[in-house]
Ligand binder design. Structure first.
Ligand code: SF4
Ligand code: SF4
Length: 401
């Protein structure tokens, strides 16, 4: 029996449910497919760890053989090849490893190169086998890591799959062999909305729309020209413009182009806001390509940390990611009074790493009521709203330093 645990967004308690279901069984396998921010191992502390790298194939250009026909550049749907100084250049981080350019080059000037994108760890913790997938920062897709992870351990009768949040292609890869799905929802207006992002898949496909990345290789190779690509909507951009500009998008279930959609949301926002106006970008959770798309070009990153073991681990991963962009970074703590010890640890980490601290927000039942009614907490008189105002002022001060 394989049970997949899902949620419409991060922070709903999906890992908490997954870990405890596995721990409650006589014998179980726990698979952490939340490869951008795997946390389950923090609770299990597995022993006898065995680690395996996960790699994909990317192209390498032989400039001596290249005749500059540009067929590879024109073919690549992901803009991972650009023609610079008479030969193509590969942008390794956005290559989707479709292999199309390698097959199409008439001069055989493109060969395969291995690129490590992550790793999987296997260990044991009492009655539970713990398998964890870890994606390297900024990689285009966690699907190859999840694929290897899911196929790794098929021995245990009871398997709990801790899925990534949302409804993109990594979620589809995680649940494809599951017997049962449990959706973890929060009792808020946002929780009910996010729950709607997950729905049951039914039907038969000639092309598996959830697995297809739109590389176009089948169309280019089919000798009978029986395959043609048709436009496929990956998501929906939305813009609200009244006294404030609100740019957003909803990724279509199973779509793998979340990074591109984030870039479009930011582009739409930039077109609408005047220079000098404040733009706040609500980033995706994790450290994968949507997060990289959220971070690129910003003036400052504000990390919202949770005072828990897993919250600190997530915070450190996103700080390390932001450091790669050399972007000004600050930290604030949400619901700090739910765990004062862990809050003190976060403050100590900030001091040690010389990361400015923008403040802390208490757990506040009035704030919960406001959120449940779809209001922002600064609209109501409450301690959490007051704390958010202080975080805002401190963030502005740091931004303008
Ligand atoms: S398809 Fe081959 S020969 Fe043509 S530009 Fe690309 S690498 Fe060069
Ligand atoms: S065609 Fe495919 S393999 Fe080649 S660069 Fe583009 S995504 Fe990568």
């Amino acid at each position: 029996m394989k049970i997949a645990i899902l949620s419409g967004k991060g922070g709903t308690g999906k890992t908490f449910i997954s870990v405890n279901l596995a721990a409650a069984a006589d014998k179980a396998c726990y698979i952490d497919c939340d490869v951008e921010e795997p946390n389950g191992h923090l609770f299990f502390k597995p022993e006898n760890l065995v680690e395996e790298e996960v790699s994909v194939i990317i192209p390498r250009i032989d400039k001596e053989l290249c005749r500059g026909c540009r067929r590879c550049v024109d073919f690549c749907r992901f803009n991972a090849l650009a023609f610079i100084k008479d030969s193509p250049l590969v942008f390794k981080d956005i290559c989707h490893s479709c292999g199309g350019c390698i097959l199409l080059c008439p001069e055989k000037a493109i060969s395969e190169e291995k690129k490590i994108i992550g790793r999987i760890q296997t260990g044991s913790s009492e009655n539970v086998t713990v398998n964890t997938g870890i994606l390297n920062t900024g990689e285009a897709s966690g699907v190859p890591v999840i694929e290897k992870l899911i196929n790794k351990d098929k021995k245990e009768d009871f398997t709990v799959i801790d899925c990534p949040p949302g409804s993109s292609c990594v979620v589809m890869e995680s649940i494809k062999d599951a017997d049962y799905c449990i959706l973890v929802a929060e009792p808020t207006v946002f929780g009910a909305h996010n729950l709607g992002a997950i729905s049951i898949i039914d039907g038969e496909y000639a092309v598996d729309a959830y697995a297809c990345e739109g590389c176009g290789l089948c169309e280019a190779l089919c000798p009978a020209q029986a395959v043609s690509l048709e436009p496929h909507v990956a998501g929906e951009l939305r813009l609200y413009n009244n006294d404030r500009v609100f740019s957003t998008a909803q990724l279509k279930m199973g779509s793998g182009t979340s990074g591109k959609l984030v870039t479009e949301v930011k582009k739409q926002l930039q077109e609408e806001v005047e220079n000098g106006e404040l733009a706040i970008i609500d980033g995706s959770p994790g450290i994968g390509c949507p997060v990289i798309a959220s971070l690129s070009g910003v003036d400052m990153v504000l990390v919202v940390a949770e005072p828990s073991l897993s919250g600190i681990s997530d915070m450190e991963r996103i700080i390390n990611t932001a450091e790669k962009f050399q972007t000004k970074t600050a930290v604030c703590v949400n619901k700090y009074d739910t765990n004062l010890e862990e809050t003190a640890k976060i403050e100590a980490i900030c001091r040690e790493r010389q990361i400015p601290y923008a403040g802390k927000i208490p757990f506040d039942p009035e704030a919960v009521k406001a959120v449940n009614n779809g209001h922002s907490i600064v609209e109501v008189e409450c301690a959490a709203g007051e704390a958010v105002r202080k975080v805002f002022d401190k963030t502005m001060e740091l931004l303008n330093e």
